[in-house]
Design a protein around this ligand. Structure first.
Ligand code: 13P
Length: 316
């Protein structure tokens, strides 16, 4: 059942975080639903601009609607990840999305506010909620690439002003994480002091942590042993998810780790079966492995086992 992102946030706030997982294809869709059903967790499906154009934006919608029928007990929201104004408006008008992200964080402050305000106005008229971003995360996220010298962390005073003036419903904060497989190189980590300061200023307001993949060393090593050439780097330690959740981080975005699972499964499968060319055998392994990965993430997020309580909470 597709529900509002806001309802999921209200139930989770301060207790656990909802996993927001990016998907692009059929196998990820099946693995995502299976994993969340296996761990009885509510979840958010994230669709990026790139995912919408990978085949056709209607294809993902159709797969999600069908998965909803195959897994009638699932409770989830559908979210546009890193939208520009055009994509956000398109998703609002489609009537399919629970929430959209407008990422105008690369614009000057006042432009970011003005752009976010326009999206909020249209979204709220359709009962859709809006995630906005303030500050700049590093790394590469499809069409967005931010080098280390462009990164700037969210300032708590500015965050309060931004939320008040833009009218957004949740805020993606730059707190030291970055997108992609190449994250922390040394002793860097999540800036909990920033999350804490923002929560003090806006208690009860949902915060979003982007760039939350862990980039497990084991996964990178297996990929490289099967012919890959990933440099790899330390990501976010998943044992920190709950600490962030208690400070108001209600949505945690994870994409890269799922891609690593895909890469590992397919590299290993074809290395072990060089005579094979069929897509279904590795596809089956991938769906099972993706589901396993979702189960593990949900355990760290604290969303595992919350499904019945969420169902009661939203009264459906
Ligand atoms: P990762 O690249 O760390 O998975 O982050 C994904 C993300 O934040 C999507 O918005």
């Amino acid at each position: 059942m597709i529900v509002s992102t806001n309802e999921l946030f209200k139930h989770a706030y301060g207790k656990y975080a909802i996993g927001a997982y990016n998907i692009n294809n059929l196998e990820q869709t099946m693995g995502l639903f299976r994993g969340n059903m296996d761990s009885k967790a509510p979840f958010i499906i994230q669709i990026s601009k790139g995912a919408r154009s990978y085949t056709d934006k209607r294809m993902l919608e159709a797969m999600i609607r069908t998965a909803d029928q195959i897994f009638p007990d699932a409770i989830f929201a559908v979210h546009l990840d890193h939208g520009d104004e055009e994509a956000a408006m398109d998703c609002i008008n489609s009537g399919f999305y629970s929430s959209v992200m407008i990422d105008a964080s690369m614009k000057p402050y006042e432009d970011n506010i003005a752009t976010t305000q326009r999206v909020v106005k249209a979204a709220h008229a359709s009962k859709i909620t809006v995630e906005a971003e303030l500050g700049q995360l590093g790394g590469v996220e499809e069409h967005i690439s931010v080098s280390e010298d462009q990164v700037h962390l969210t300032e708590p005073d500015q965050a309060e002003d931004f939320v008040k003036r833009s009218g957004c419903d949740s805020l993606a904060c730059a707190i030291g994480t970055s997108h992609g497989a190449y994250k922390f190189s040394g002793a860097q980590g999540v800036h909990f002091e920033i999350i804490e300061a923002i929560q003090k200023k806006m208690p009860g307001f949902p915060l979003v942590m982007h760039g939350s993949s862990s980039v497990p060393k084991d996964e990178v090593d297996r990929i490289n042993a099967a012919g890959g050439k990933l440099k790899g780097a330390k990501g976010v330690d998943a044992t920190q998810f709950l600490k962030a959740a208690k400070l108001g981080v209600t949505k945690i975005n994870i994409d890269t780790d799922g891609r690593l699972v895909w890469c590992r499964v397919h590299r290993e499968y074809f290395k072990e079966h060089p005579e094979n060319f069929d897509l279904r055998p590795p596809g089956k392994v991938f769906m099972a492995e993706f589901a396993k990965y979702i189960v593990e993430k949900n355990r760290y997020l604290g969303s595992a086992g919350q499904l019945d309580a969420v169902r009661k909470f939203i009264g459906k």
